[in-house]
Design a protein around this ligand. Structure first.
Ligand code: PFF
Length: 430
């Protein structure tokens, strides 16, 4: 590890940054709907089981690669498997996040646009693509790259440490407002009532896929972030802390969203329709009667979406920037500018056509992410030496030694099969 390489300042900083990456649009626009549609409390229990059995082992595999090498994703694979075909994993881990952020930032752009519109009291038609979408996409992407340009500690760490508490505070304010709307009880029932008749094979596949996406796995992010983590850090505690923050936010988002939706007598849904049309309408039109309060809640909700999306896009951008800085010796600010230009160009077609957007999203999240995660667990479980993996997860045999055999088993046998299952169900069910 070169001595001038940056690193996170403390354990809480690492967890804030990783939670920032994890907490994103997935928590707000997909988790609440999935919970309601696939069994309420039963879904949440299955989700927790999937996180422990599948997502944490993948998470830890990425940590093994990143922290062992203290290097960007491509550099890490060059160190661990020099000259071999496994380098593909490094390249994939840098290309996938660039593709993802190119359209994720368009959604970030919509949230800025709607945040501004919420003050003019008119949301109008939702137009997902076109020149306006492109303009706001540019603003969102530029802001995200700007944060990364400030560095790991003064940019990403500072931004995450500030954003995570703010996100929790905002979502709790909205929750209090939402559960006090008339008829909110139906929304609470929708989320918590365990309904076993809704638990099918699909429930497991969706819970697995959602947990995996929500923790930002399979796209080099955890490899890159954990390369900034020191050797003393307890990596299992780090993974659990991130997963717990992510799940807590997802559940709070459910209680902030569904009671309002049911109170307005609207059918629950997922995706952009929910957060850019239904909810702003519900909050402003069906609200407390006092106009400025309902407008404020609507604006605060959209602000939550902006910040949640930005802590995620920042983590995605860092993957490419770390690569350019370390492997290509490009200065950080210039690397950020380069990533900005590349991802902006990549996202052009998505910003101008919602059809292309849908196709690229499906390809990246269903295909690239799962292949990335599959290669990660195969590499750590089957190619790396057991001793090296143990060394990393137990910090040289000083902690987590009892848990290691279980984790290693999950990495080798359970995770690859589960990722394959997600891959197949993505093909069949969506
Ligand atoms: N964990 C993110 C979410 O739930 O929204 C997934 C993600 C997507 C992270 C895109 C980063 C990103 F750029």
């Amino acid at each position: 590890m070169s001595s001038n390489r940056e690193h996170f300042g403390s354990r809480s900083a690492v967890i804030m940054a990783m939670a920032g990456s994890a907490i994103g649009l997935g928590n707000i626009w997909r988790f609440p709907y999935m919970t309601g549609e696939y069994g309420g409390a039963a879904f949440i229990l299955i989700y927790i089981a999937c996180t422990l059995i599948l997502s944490l082992p993948i998470f830890l595999s990425e940590v093994v690669i990143g922290r062992r090498t203290h290097s960007n994703a491509i550099g890490a694979m060059k160190q661990l498997a020099p000259g071999s075909g496994w380098r593909v994993l490094g390249y994939l881990s840098v290309v996938t996040p660039m593709i993802i952020v190119s359209y994720y930032s368009i959604v970030g752009g919509w949230s800025i646009e709607y945040f501004l519109k919420s003050f003019s009291l008119g949301f109008g038609e939702f137009t997902p693509s076109g020149w306006t979408a492109l303009a706001f996409d540019t603003i969102f992407l530029a802001l995200s790259c700007g944060i990364v340009a400030l560095g790991v500690k003064s940019g990403i760490e500072k931004f995450s440490k500030m954003s995570i508490p703010v996100l929790f505070l905002l979502i709790i304010i909205i929750l209090v407002y939402s559960v006090n709307m008339p008829g909110a009880g139906a929304g609470i029932d929708y989320l918590v009532k365990p309904d076993l008749s809704k638990v099918t094979g699909k429930t497991f596949a969706f819970a697995m896929g959602q947990s995996f996406y929500s923790l930002s796995l399979g796209m080099g992010i955890i490899i890159t972030y954990s390369s900034y983590v020191n050797k003393e850090e307890n990596v299992i505690a780090m993974g659990l802390g991130t997963a717990i923050a992510d799940l807590m936010f997802a559940i709070l988002a459910g209680f902030a969203i569904m009671p309002a939706v049911f109170s307005a007598g609207i059918k629950p849904s997922a995706g952009p329709g929910l957060i850019f049309q239904t909810l702003p309408f519900v909050f402003t039109e069906m609200g407390a009667g006092v106009k400025w309060i309902s407008v404020a809640v609507s604006a605060l909700f959209l602000l939550t979406v902006i910040v949640a999306a930005m802590t995620s896009s920042v983590s995605t951008i860092e993957v490419g920037v770390a690569y350019l800085v370390e492997e290509k010796k490009i200065e950080r600010k210039k690397a950020c500018l380069l990533v900005f230009i590349l991802t902006w160009l990549l996202g052009l077609a998505c910003a101008l056509s919602i059809k292309v957007f849908g196709m690229v999203d499906a390809f990246a999240s269903n295909f690239l992410l799962t292949i990335g995660a599959l290669l990660v667990v195969l590499f750590v479980g089957w190619k790396m030496k057991r001793k090296d993996v143990r060394d990393e997860i137990t910090n040289g045999g000083t902690r987590n030694t009892g848990a290691f055999p279980v984790i290693y088993f999950l990495i080798r046998f359970v995770a690859p099969l589960a990722v394959l299952m997600i891959f197949i169900s993505n093909l069949l069910l969506r």
